[in-house]
Design a protein around this ligand. Structure first.
Ligand code: GDG
Length: 483
């Protein structure tokens, strides 16, 4: 039994060069945390782009970078700025991301982007071949690397390869519009196991395989050459304990230990005890429905004016992909909406929307989760949405109401949340009113179920279930071949 090789576009460490000195800081993101149990000791290697383009990497630091990454069990794929433009900002984020989130009109079908995507996927595949052995188990992550499984399979026909898609897989009618749809499917089919967040994404993928390349599909198994490819859903969890523990230690902080943000939130509570805080946290991305949410908030205040001065919407929008034009337009739209609504509705004592356009440290995230009475998450499409799960995990007294879009993958597992259609303003206005008035026993009862499920299916369980299914399928595949 060999090593485990994890591959993702970005590595779980961030490199920083300041005054000619290199620092490698481990990332705290969901994927990095989730893979901790898999990526441990000398048993595994994580391959990805370091975040520094060739142009930004001083030649004299090249070998320091390699040793720093090695210390964290990582190896880098070198990419120049043209490759990042075509592969990451181009094909990944201007073709695949909008298409897979049902924003067909934003999706650009550019031959140059596609060519660079193929070239960079080949670089990742070459790095895997260079850094692994035949008996290693390979786990490839996400939409930036969909050609890699087949590229590795060509060189290593017997290696075990798993692939997990973190975003939705769209319906056949959407997917078929992609000029390179067959190549993407064939790339993915180099895997032994293909995982999605939900059963629906799994079904959409199987339907595309059947209808576009006419393969033999039985339930969730695809037969190709001498291989059985298994397709299954693995809803990603969170590091429940980390969020829970952070919320508990947050509660035990003395007055002096409170952050500036917490002081502001506490002052708000003290000065207006009847007012409720509604929280939303997302990357500034059109798929997250931020602009629509602000419009729906305005509609709520028009329909139920008695809630003016009684609610405040906090929007934390984390800067993302800011050199893609759609993201710049969205930033402008959100800035203007917030400005207009605050301008029109604010009173001496009340600003309806608090808007933060930045990334906050983890502790501030906990301040926001624990201080908000309602979390309102309205993606128009979202592979999973971990923020919904994190909010619930931090509610130590089981209070709090989660309003969640039914278009998020997490809605499938979070039935006790108030599920809404983000395009239906009428329904959302009524749901906000219901959330505002929800009795405490009902909040506790709903959150008790949610917390139990989140604790049980945490991110470690998710990673282990995927790895176990991958091993099981390899054993099954070998039996199939020898029959
Ligand atoms: C993709 C898919 C899928 C957010 N702001 C700050 C911050 N965050 C953290 C949250 C959460 C994560 O970022 C966001 O995760 P999401 O799941 O909500 O969304 P995406 O970034 O779009 O992720 C998504 C996910 O992959 C996993 O498969 O669920 O559907 O789109 O963990 O806590 N963290 C800090 N400061 C912030 O300001 N420290």
């Amino acid at each position: 039994m060999g090593k485990t090789i994890i591959i993702s576009n970005r590595l779980p460490v961030q490199l920083q060069i300041s005054n000619g000195t290199l620092n490698a800081i481990p990332s705290v993101g969901g994927l990095a945390t989730g893979m901790k149990s898999v990526h441990s000791g000398g048993e595994s290697l994580w391959i990805g782009w370091s975040g520094l383009t060739d142009e930004d990497t001083p030649k004299e630091l090249e070998s320091d970078i390699d040793s720093a990454l090695k210390e964290h069990g990582c190896a880098k794929v070198k990419l120049n700025s043209d490759e990042i433009d075509g592969f990451y900002y181009g094909f990944s984020n201007r073709t695949i991301w909008p298409l897979f989130h049902y924003f067909l009109k934003y999706s650009e079908f550019e031959l140059n982007y596609w060519d660079t995507y193929k070239k960079v996927n080949q670089k990742f595949a070459d790095a895997i071949i260079k850094n692994s052995d035949e008996d290693d188990t390979i786990w490839i992550h996400d939409y930036q690397l969909m050609l890699v499984p087949q590229m590795v399979r060509e060189k290593r026909p017997d290696t075990t390869i798993g692939f997990f898609l973190h975003i939705p897989f769209p319906s056949f009618e959407i997917f078929r519009t992609l000029p390179w749809r067959d190549e993407i499917l064939e790339g993915l089919l180099g895997s032994d196991l293909i995982g999605f967040h939900t059963y629906d994404y799994e079904r959409h993928f199987l339907s595309s395989v059947r209808r576009l390349i006419g393969l033999d599909v039985s339930f969730n198994e695809i037969y190709l050459d001498n291989r059985v490819i298994k397709v299954d859903s693995f809803p990603m969890g969170i590091d429940y304990k980390k969020f829970r523990d952070a919320a508990i230690s947050h509660e035990s902080k003395s007055q002096d230990e409170r952050s500036d943000l917490q002081v502001r939130l506490d002052n708000h509570k003290a000065s207006a005890p009847d007012t409720k805080l509604i929280l939303s946290i997302d990357r500034l991305d059109y798929s997250k429905g931020i602009a629509k949410r602000i419009n729906a908030f305005e509609y709520f205040l028009q329909k139920y004016p008695e809630y003016k001065e009684k609610v405040r919407l906090i929007i934390l929008a984390v800067p993302s992909r800011s050199n893609v034009p759609q993201y710049q337009l969205l930033k402008k739209e959100v800035d203007e909406l917030v400005g207009r609504i605050n301008g029109e509705l604010s009173t001496i004592n009340w600003t309806p929307i608090w808007y933060f356009y930045r990334s906050l440290p983890f502790e501030s995230l906990i301040d926001l989760y624990t201080s908000s009475d309602i979390a309102w998450l309205t993606p128009l499409r979202d592979g999973m949405n971990l923020v919904a799960k994190e909010y619930i995990a931090t509610r130590t007294d089981k209070s709090g109401v989660l309003i969640l879009s039914e278009m998020a993958g997490s809605a499938y597992e979070m039935n006790e949340a108030l599920l809404i259609n983000p395009n239906n303003f009428e329904q959302q206005a009524d749901t906000l009113k219901r959330a505002f008035n929800m009795p405490m026993e009902e909040q506790v009862s709903r959150n008790t179920f949610l917390q139990k499920r989140l604790e049980r299916y945490n991110v470690e369980v998710w990673a282990n279930e995927f790895m176990n299914a991958l091993k099981e399928n390899r054993d099954l595949g070998q039996a199939f071949i020898s029959e």
